[in-house]
Write a new protein. Structure first.
Length: 180
């Protein structure tokens, strides 16, 4: 009798494993675009220092700023330029300038201080802890209704300039008004 039970259970276990493999494969291929995005995000998240956040980002502004910091850290000018709100001649040189100025610092601790309310546009100040550098960027809804980053600093001195209005540390003054 134990021999029959063993023979019966082995095919059932193999069948259950096959069913689980088919279900897992179906789940992965059923939403491949979402799965690809999720896997890419998980890989990026695991490979980079966590972004520290101050203020009240929207989901879209947080996502695009996080990706911008990751692309800075990776030194990937093409991928950073792909996040540009306006696809034009300034995006690629701006991306290269930002990477040259902030790429090394983006590999360490970065705090993003989000200003304003963020429904369609949000000013963000990036604080790079290791280097002490500060960079103002703007996240906004771009041409295709997706969140993007304004990248119009093809001059290296503009790209690396410290904002004059930003507090020396994250969270120092609260939301900036349009009148400053």
């Amino acid at each position: 009798m134990p021999l029959k039970t063993t023979r019966f259970r082995a095919p059932a276990a193999a069948g259950a494993a096959t069913v689980l493999a088919v279900l897992a494969g179906g789940a992965l291929t059923g939403c491949s675009a979402d799965s690809d995005d999720s896997l890419a995000y998980a890989s990026d998240y695991a490979a980079h220092e966590p972004l520290r956040v101050v203020g009240y980002p929207s989901r879209g502004s947080l996502d695009v700023v996080q990706k911008a910091v990751w692309r800075l850290a990776d030194g990937d000018a093409e991928a950073l330029a792909d996040l540009a709100a306006e696809k034009g001649d300034a995006a690629e040189p701006t991306a290269r300038n930002w990477i040259k100025a902030f790429g090394a610092a983006a590999k360490g601790e970065v705090t993003a201080d989000f200003y304003d309310e963020g429904s369609t546009r949000q000013v963000v100040v990036l604080y790079f802890a290791g280097s002490g550098q500060v960079k103002e960027i703007e996240a906004r809804v771009g041409e295709d209704d997706a969140w993007a980053v304004t990248m119009n600093e093809p001059d290296p001195s503009d790209a690396s300039a410290k904002p004059t209005w930003a507090p020396p540390k994250p969270g120092g003054t609260g939301s900036r008004s349009s009148t400053r």
